[in-house]
Write a protein that binds this ligand. Sequence first.
Ligand SMILES: NC(=O)c1ccc[n+]([C@@H]2O[C@H](COP(=O)([O-])OP(=O)(O)OC[C@H]3O[C@@H](n4cnc5c(N)ncnc54)[C@H](O)[C@@H]3O)[C@@H](O)[C@H]2O)c1
Length: 261
Amino acid sequence: MSKVSLGLQGRVAIITGAARGIGRAALDRMIEEGVHVLAWDIDPAWAEEIKTIATPDTVKINAFIGDVSQSEAWQEAVKSALAQFGRLDFLFSNAGISGPALPVSRYEDADFDRVMAINARGVYLGLKHAGRHLSQQGRGVIVNVSSISGLSGGGNIFAYTASKHAVVGMTKSAAVHYAASGVRVLAVCPSPTDTEMMAYAERSVMPGDPQAARPIFTQGVPMGRYAEPEEIANVFAFLISDQASFMTGTIVPVDGGTMAR
Ligand SMILES: NC(=O)c1ccc[n+]([C@@H]2O[C@H](COP(=O)([O-])OP(=O)(O)OC[C@H]3O[C@@H](n4cnc5c(N)ncnc54)[C@H](O)[C@@H]3O)[C@@H](O)[C@H]2O)c1
């Protein structure tokens, strides 16, 4: 797929959940755009793995290991980005987990707390800590990752659905709060995307033949397929660019028509 260059060279982004899936696609897209990245993941192996990624001389990417549900980690991440790159322009709050595929009546309290801590509290902390810095400097963009599960029910991934609805609400609230200070805040809502998160969902539904589970997840998608992680990363790149300069508080489905049905 040919890509339009968006004039982002020399800017600095924090990407959470950057080691794989959508976050990794966003990291690759930022490298192509000439954006320096603090690439945050909870997986300790990421600190070594990131060294194998080729970058042009003009682009620096550094690993940050931490848990997005922890306030101290966010303070440290913002400090590190500023110390290592001298500026901060963008945040892609992407780290997330699916949690058990269960309805509310069968949900365990501890699982609910864990999903909400990573998916909702993690996004809140990013909006607070990175948002504060961006608003003080008077410019910046935050893109949060929600889901089509942030726009509709579904019944069977209870905490995930709750957390992704929370991301939508927090995005709108923070967008209004930060608008006057020059900071834009948006969310993307992907439909099923071809990453480890969906591979896990497929294995859970059909342990013997995970590939055969795909039609279950694509039947509600008018375009009839999973999204590629790059298709979400491309929308992130557009939203942080000046091409989207009058967009804030916008919740953007990237879903092959799913929410249009
Ligand atoms: N894959 C999909 O079908 C889909 C659809 C809609 C929305 N999403 C959302 O997109 C985002 C990325 O999903 P993905 O499919 O790439 O998932 P993934 O499981 O492939 O990757 C998630 C990454 O986040 C990291 N991570 C998990 N918990 C963390 C924590 N506490 N702190 C820091 N990093 C942490 C993981 O180590 C991993 O590298 C998530 O928020 C997810 O809910 C995914």
